[in-house]
Design a protein around this ligand. Sequence first.
Ligand code: XLS
Ligand code: NI
Ligand code: NI
Length: 436
Amino acid sequence: MSTGFFGDIQKIKYEGPDSTNPLAFRFYNPDEIVAGKRMEDHLRFAVAYWHSFAWEGSDPFGGRTFDRPWYGDEMSKAKLKADVAFEMFSLLGAPFYCFHDADARPEGKNFAESTKNLNEIVDYLGEKQQQTGVKLLWGTANLFSNRRFMAGASTNPDPDVFAYSAATIKTCMDATMKLGGDNYVLWGGREGYETLLNTDLKRELDQMARMLHLVVEYKHKIGFKGTILVEPKPQEPTKHQYDYDVATVYGFLKKYGLENEVKMNIEQGHAILAGHTFEHELALASALGIFGSIDMNRNDYQSGWDTDQFPNNVPEMALAYYQVLLAGGFTTGGTNFDSKLRRQSIDPADLLIGHIGGMDCCARGLKAAAKMVEDGALSKPLSERYSKWDSPEYQKMLRGEYKLDDIAGWVEKQDINPQPKSGRQEYLENVVNRYV
Ligand code: XLS
Ligand code: NI
Ligand code: NI
């Protein structure tokens, strides 16, 4: 039975590029084949429970702007929230969702009660998944909102918090496993510091690594087949977060022997905060063999803050999905909208419209990317640019068969005299613009 929250809005359909219906897809056509695969299977869209159903529209200067019938601490409200959430996933035809424990269950008076509440709501979510066919892309623990985590979760100077966090993660991994989740995510919003004056950085990194080892060990113990993902972010809420960006996390994983167990969940807005492009983070993760999943929500470029807006820039999406395709596409990962409405967008339909626009934008980006791959539009000029490396002498050099003095002798004998060549950036930018 419907909750009636979305009124008489029916399942969102694909109506094609000419449609002016705000409640229709113009580009996202789940069954359309792109590069040999259904669009839905390429993009693997997920809706984030927290921003759409738990966040109440507050900002640093004002509180709740949304008026939702499920706000409150009772279990019945949590179930109503789940009812509306699954109605929305179904209206959108989103195959996946993601959630934190704290989004879905009422907080208990202690760990045991919070766990009991979580288990009750997990059973309910399981029934909803059964009824709708919507699946869990990833589960995660909220180890940042409650004041107990203000000085960090695994990196807290107080080991009671470390233990509480470990226990909480265990319950969330159990929940994710029970719901058949494809991944488990760790985002360390409070894992970092405000000032070095009160922070032992070395200790905190060791603590964080211990937690990640515990997570990986438990994954194998319970036979969880999904992927463990870390989501990098440079700052906000903490001034300096340890999981700064893909490169930093990779160094951390290497140092602590975790690089074969953990992959990346890369968020567009976090990449920008770290001073990178999204495609840089995607390409680097792929090059390092740790590409996993994406959070597809953008920032406002003027604010310098994680504004978590729905994506709306097709050329940027095209470059992002180009990297995703080059990486071989998603396996367990997907496209999660970790996006929230602007706080004035208070109508139920706004929730749908935000996601519809985001899904359409990603679909356009994917199609452009697939065409660029198919035509070799960028890959041909790229391999041409590096082609001299294919010669036997340079292959030997790459393999380490020549030492520095051998190379010096060879350069002199061959009279090697490098001639600069154009990088053709404007040409390549124009090529991309033909596709978007
Ligand atoms: C916050 C993060 C968060 C994670 C999940 O900036 O993006 O939403 O995705 O904890
Ligand atoms: Ni974020
Ligand atoms: Ni995120």
